[in-house]
Design a protein around this ligand. Structure first.
Ligand SMILES: Cc1cc2nc3c(=O)[nH]c(=O)nc-3n(C[C@H](O)[C@H](O)[C@H](O)COP(=O)(O)OP(=O)(O)OC[C@H]3O[C@@H](n4cnc5c(N)ncnc54)[C@H](O)[C@@H]3O)c2cc1C
Length: 458
């Protein structure tokens, strides 16, 4: 799947960013508002901000606004984020790029920072989630200078890959393949920035930030998953050295085969483009590599496409028409079990396999990808309506998974419950034509008793 390396390509391609208020030309430093890609390395947003600052002969600064409440984020997520951010801020400091961190509602905090810094250009991360689109709109509505929105998450910028909602992996895949040679380019080195900011730079105490959050501390941090760019690079190296060559066996939840990179990718502590470049530079190819890149590039970029072009990604409106109609026809079907939120949350349903998956997520902040499908589909089967199922699945995923609150999660849940990016299957109760899964099918694929033993006491 990967094209060969080109000889050029170290500069920011103009299509990696979109421009708002091009005509305004105030003087001042370049301010990069980092909110999706929390890294100093391999970050197109930061690279672009720095290149612009070099051309303008001005300093470049990074702004980070820490929202005290963010979707379902808990202490688990804030702890991961803040420790990662501390490492990134040290790396930025070495590059002569100060970072200004503000705690508060990002929409207003960013304006306070803009008033303080008086930038000549604002660069910001692209993110299709509604809350982030709202942040962007608030930035654009009060023009104080040009704004450049950079897609540093996807290899092919989301709006370049496609200008409309894609309905299946097979419709976006050829577009991605065609564009990869243009966008899968090496990252430039980050040398120290030559222009120094001499304005206000408070000392940052990251341990005190967590005290300012309103995070729910009933969900504790996961000690076994170390946050930050260095940890992400280690996890990648370990995966490439030991497990990529057996990735085809990823659907066995008893085996450690997957990369475990999703928490790092979610917080932007590692770049998907760096992962693809690393695979190419090692000369790896074959079925395992193709399967991995299908997930890392095609499925992942399809998820962002879904959220960008369907802002109702977390409601039934996001389901394809055939699935919505089919689920509607089965609304009155008798459900075999009906559970309250707490039963799902505590993992105390009648189904030991489901409970084991829930326990894995509660304890480790990550559920195996194959179990995630089964888990979400059973929530559909055991609740009164697909709306209720969506609400519960999204809440639990966002609250307990380290990689939650991500376009991949909204797409994965809509795939499981609402047939997103899938086709219709033979009709059956409750599910209608949405693909069904059961424990007998799972037992044919892997040792479910072993999985249950691992994640529950019996
Ligand atoms: C119900 C449900 C909920 C999900 N919730 C999330 C979520 O909150 N956050 C999240 O990142 N992923 C989610 N996924 C997608 C997928 O299950 C996870 O990305 C994967 O399990 C993460 O583990 P890994 O990094 O070891 O994956 P690997 O198999 O090693 O894959 C590498 C990377 O590819 C991407 N990827 C893999 N599978 C998919 C997929 N199906 N769709 C989009 N991208 C993919 C991820 O970024 C992943 O980190 C969900 C899937 C389902 C069915």
């Amino acid at each position: 799947m990967l094209p060969n390396a080109g000889s050029d390509g170290t500069t920011t391609d103009c299509q990696r960013y979109r421009v708002y208020h091009r005509d305004l030309r105030p003087e001042g430093p370049v301010l990069y508002w980092m909110h999706r890609n929390l890294r100093a390395r391999d970050n197109w947003g930061l690279i672009h901000a720095r290149e612009e600052a070099l051309q303008r002969r001005t300093p470049v600064l990074v702004a980070f606004c820490l929202a005290p409440v963010f979707l379902e984020a808990t202490l688990r997520h804030y702890d991961f984020l803040l420790k990662g951010l501390e490492e990134t801020s040290a790396a930025l400091k070495k590059a002569n790029i100060p970072i200004l961190v503000r705690v508060g509602e990002p929409e207003s905090e960013i304006h306070r920072l803009i008033d303080l810094v008086q930038p000549g250009l604002i660069v910001t991360d692209f993110d299709p989630l509604r809350i982030k689109q709202k942040w962007l709109q608030s930035l654009i509505r009060r023009p104080m200078g040009p704004v450049h929105e950079v897609d540093g998450r996807n290899i092919i910028p989301c709006w370049v890959a496609s200008d409309h909602r894609e309905f299946m992996a097979r419709t976006i895949r050829p577009k991605i393949r065609r564009l990869l040679p243009r966008f899968l380019t090496p990252f430039p080195d980050m040398r120290p920035h030559p222009y120094t900011w001499d304005g206000y730079q408070p000392d940052l105490d990251f341990t005190c930030f967590s005290g300012l959050m309103c995070a729910d501390n009933r969900v504790p941090p996961v000690a076994s998953v170390r946050p930050g760019e260095t940890a992400a690079a280690h996890v990648l190296a370990e995966f490439l050295d030991r497990r990529l060559n057996v990735y085809e066996q990823r659907n066995d939840p008893n085996r450690e085969v997957c990369s475990n990179l999703s928490p790092y990718l979610h917080y932007g502590m590692i770049s998907a483009q760096r992962i693809a470049l690393e695979i190419r530079s090692r000369g790896y190819a074959g079925e395992n590599v193709d399967s991995f890149l299908e997930e890392l590039v095609v499925r992942r970029e399809l998820a962002d496409n879904f959220c960008l072009y369907c802002q109702e990604y977390d409601s039934e409106i996001g389901f394809p028409e055939w699935a919505r109609q089919s689920l509607d026809r089965h609304l009155a079907d008798r459900r075999p079990f009906l559970y309250a939120d707490e039963v799902f949350e505590q993992g105390t349903t009648h189904d030991r396999l489901w409970n084991a998956a829930q326990r894995q997520m509660l304890e480790t902040g990550k559920m195996h990808g194959y179990m995630r499908m089964y888990w979400a589909k059973k929530i559909l089967e055991w609740t009164e309506t697909p709306t209720e199922a969506l609400r519960i699945a999204i809440r639990l995923n966002d609250r307990y998974s380290l990689d939650g609150r991500d376009s991949n999660g909204y797409a994965g849940i809509a795939w499981s419950i609402g047939g997103l990016h899938d086709r219709g299957w033979s009709e059956r109760p409750v599910f209608g034509k949405v693909r069904y899964m059961n424990d007998r099918g799972m037992a044919r694929k892997f040792d479910i008793e072993k999985y249950i033993r691992t994640w529950t006491s019996g």
